[in-house]
Design a protein around this ligand. Structure first.
Ligand code: ADP
Length: 559
């Protein structure tokens, strides 16, 4: 972690990093320091370069305790790598920021930052001051940002596609599908894209054009195959009914959601609870069963036909519930209880006295499912769309969805969850803002050409910085070409010539061999906000590193 390194500022307000180290006392500064920072950054971005795009390679990560993880996700690769170098760690942070804000483009942002630093180093070796390079980059990034506005396009979003069964032909579906192209689930990308779009459309708030990810659950369940994964309109919990003879399917469930224990309160007698003879014992028993009956009555009177309880209850209570035809689930964790309350629009009740019909949750169907040979059970609390659409005015359909991800081993389940998460992010970003740019390196190539053109209009050092920026952008189409088995320089040269002669910013790298490099025709898109964020974050980080002129590695005593 960063705890032994701090970013400080010198008297000119320039940042530098102090690394505390127990053993060595060295101080590197100036060009040497910068060179070593940039090399560290380049090592990290080189690792990710081979993962970029639909033909990118997955990485196998083995943790210190031997856990194996296979992934194509930039943020995950970086998080799992044991990175010691402080500058390299900044790239990890960069990828995480992109992940947090946007959720996609985590590989691209690191590759771009690495390339910007690499190009900067060339200028610095020529004798240009790092701050000048940083300032030139800043100017260039503003021009590129404007250029993105000019070449952006819009996609159609129709929230009724879902109810009209037009999902498969929707732009959102196509966008989700593209985002899954490089992932492990790509054999099932129709299914996963559909799950992503369905999940988002069901919980999206179209008044605010926003999507609350709390309402979209991703739950892994070992066993079965990826194609057994599905989206459930509601929640599922890893529990079973408290008694094997209870009903396994409850239609039109009215749910008492209890956060109080299902046990009688201690008797309020003046004496201590000491049982000295048979009569007292019988009295206590009578008291307890009366209390249980009262509790069951209050549940029945409220109209509940299912109990979800955060606490346990003993065998006596359990058989009483069975006898009263009240199926129950016990020991349901706090966060599950909350999700159930949200999904069923019920209230969590903490005292039996408070139970009333308006506090109950409602679900069209609650049922127990068993998973294959493992005998693992789950309870699914489901609302069918049409019914709940009638009962809720503010939301279009259901208000919680759970994507149950199946797979034969943990690696596959985990990576599938990450892939679906990325795809959900793309769809959510498009709901927030339906502007897009085209991918496959087309947008970077167009920006590279633009900034090269602008370079000639600059005076002084800026023209060098602009050209450096242009060459850094080229790394994206070149990496895509390389990962697809093409000669990167040849492809880039052809691509630039084609963009100029056809005056089209939509031409990119035909990674999948479609005999077509028009990304608009292939519907290879990236979200506009994601692309802007990549540009912004990569430029910011580069500028920050260029402005660090000293790394002082100090011993404990010296510090
Ligand atoms: P990231 O983590 O940065 O999203 P990915 O491995 O998902 O990285 O690769 C994204 C890159 O691959 C983008 O430049 C995107 O435009 C490109 N890409 C995705 N699908 C295709 C495709 N079918 N053809 C060409 N390029 C594609």
């Amino acid at each position: 972690d960063m705890s032994n390194a701090i970013v400080a500022q010198d008297e000119m307000g320039r940042p530098f990093i102090i690394v505390r180290d127990q053993s060595t006392k060295t101080k590197s500064s100036g060009l040497d320091a910068l060179r070593s920072h940039i090399q560290a950054a380049r090592q990290v971005s080189d690792i990710l370069r081979t993962s970029l795009g639909p033909r990118g390679l997955d990485k196998i990560l083995i943790s210190p305790d031997g856990d194996i993880n296979i992934t194509n996700d930039g943020a995950t690769i970086l998080t799992e790598m044991q990175i010691e170098n402080e500058i390299a760690k900044l790239l990890v942070e960069l990828s995480k920021s992109q992940d947090d804000e946007i959720g996609d483009g985590t590989t691209g942002v690191v590759i771009l930052a690495g390339a910007l630093l690499d190009q900067a180093l060339k200028l610095i070796e020529m004798g240009i001051h790092p701050i000048k390079v940083a300032n030139g980059y800043e100017k260039a990034s503003k021009i590129i940002s404007n250029h993105l506005d000019n070449i952006a396009d819009e996609i159609n979003i129709d929230k009724n596609d879902l109810s009209n069964n037009l999902l498969d032909s929707s732009d959102l579906f196509k966008a989700a599908k593209t985002s899954l192209g490089s992932k492990i689930v790509n054999k099932n990308h129709n299914q996963f894209a559909k799950m992503a779009v369905e999940s988002v459309l069901k919980v999206a708030d179209f008044n605010r054009n926003d999507v609350d990810f709390e309402l979209i659950k991703l739950q892994g369940k070992l066993g079965g195959s990826i194609s057994d994964s599905k989206t459930i309109n509601g929640v599922c919990i890893e529990k079973d009914f408290s008694h094997p003879q209870m009903k396994k399917i409850i239609n039109n469930a009215k749910i008492a959601i209890l956060s109080c224990p299902f046990e009688p309160p201690k008797p309020k007698t003046k004496h201590k609870l000491e049982i000295s003879d048979v009569d007292e014992f019988k009295n206590l028993q009578k008291y307890e069963s009366e209390k249980f009956i009262q509790m069951i009555d209050s549940i029945k009177n409220a109209g509940a036909n299912l109990i979800i309880c955060q606490w346990g209850f003993d065998d006596e209570a359990n058989s009483l519930l069975l006898a009263n035809d009240l199926p129950a689930v016990r020991w349901v964790g706090g966060s599950d209880i909350e999700s159930i309350a949200i999904a069923t629009k019920g209230s969590i009740v903490s005292r039996f006295e408070d139970l009333s019909s308006d506090k109950l949750g409602h679900a069209d169907k609650v049922y127990e499912v068993e998973f294959g040979t493992t005998r693992d059970k789950m309870i699914i609390i489901e609302n069918n769309e049409d019914n709940s659409a009638k009962s809720s005015l503010e939301r279009t359909h259901v208000n919680t969805v759970t994507n149950l991800i199946r797979g034969s081993n943990k690696m596959i389940v985990d990576e599938s969850i990450r892939s679906l998460h990325d795809s959900l992010c793309v769809v959510r970003n498009l709901i927030k803002n339906n502007k897009i740019v085209y991918g496959g390196g087309s947008v970077e190539t167009s920006c590279s050409l633009k900034i090269m053109e602008e370079a000639d209009k600059q005076k002084g050092i800026d023209q060098y910085a602009f050209r450096a920026f242009s060459q850094a952008l080229d790394v994206i189409p070149m990496s895509l070409a390389e990962n697809s088995g093409y000669n990167p320089i040849e492809e880039l040269t052809k691509l630039k010539a084609a963009q100029i002669s056809k005056n089209s910013p939509h031409l990119g790298i035909d990674c999948l061999g479609n005999n077509n490099n028009n990304m608009k025709e292939l519907f290879v898109i990236e979200t506009f906000i994601g692309k802007k964020q990549q540009l912004l974050l990569a430029t910011q980080l580069t500028r920050m590193i260029l402005k660090i002129n000293n790394v002082i590695v100090s011993g404990k005593d010296q510090y």
